[in-house]
Design a binder for this molecule. Sequence first.
Ligand SMILES: N[C@@H](CCC(=O)N[C@@H](CS)C(=O)NCC(=O)O)C(=O)O
Length: 203
Amino acid sequence: MIKVYGSVYSRASMVLCVLETLGLEYEYIPHLPKGKEIKQDEYLALNPNGKVPTLIDGDLVLWETQAILFYLVDKYGSGELWGDTPESRADIYRWSLFVSNQLETFALDLFIQNKFVPEDLRDEAIILRAQAEMDKHVPVLDKHLEGREFVSGDARTVADIHGATILSWAKLVGYDFKRFPNVDAWIKRQLKSEAQQKVNLKA
Ligand SMILES: N[C@@H](CCC(=O)N[C@@H](CS)C(=O)NCC(=O)O)C(=O)O
């Protein structure tokens, strides 16, 4: 059976959300990002980075969230959450990689600074840079999402689960998405999805 090491409070939530959407059976093995077990030899033998998530499927041991997500929909999606042509898959890769390359670091910086760093120790330079980068790139997504429910094609794909989850980190700590209503609504749709609700119950 597929095994997922990680935590609902980590990037593993995206993997769990894809598994739930596809209705696959899996074993969830809770490992917290701050936990000791991900730095121990047994886990490092699976993922030498000492980070979550890690997926095991038969002989395959896979780390890096996007690689796991793309693997799952390619192998088990039967078209669901995935594209059926090179062009449609390229578009899914494009929007997912756009979020990870242009926005992920900054959404995470905002989340960490505001959630985990005491107010008097927050790094204003990191926060201002993160806000500026978000303000630069989120409008591209907002314009693209005008009149669209999904970021790629006309059905939910792995790019919606991945992208909207990452941007939700910034939303959780008050980044003002009201200026970008299409993105705001897109994130809300992801957070309310049935699969995401099932993932939340594992917390
Ligand atoms: N690029 C990696 C990043 C993995 C990552 O940073 N995971 C975090 C949790 S979301 C973690 O395990 N942090 C623990 C640490 O860095 O010590 C991926 O997408 O899988």
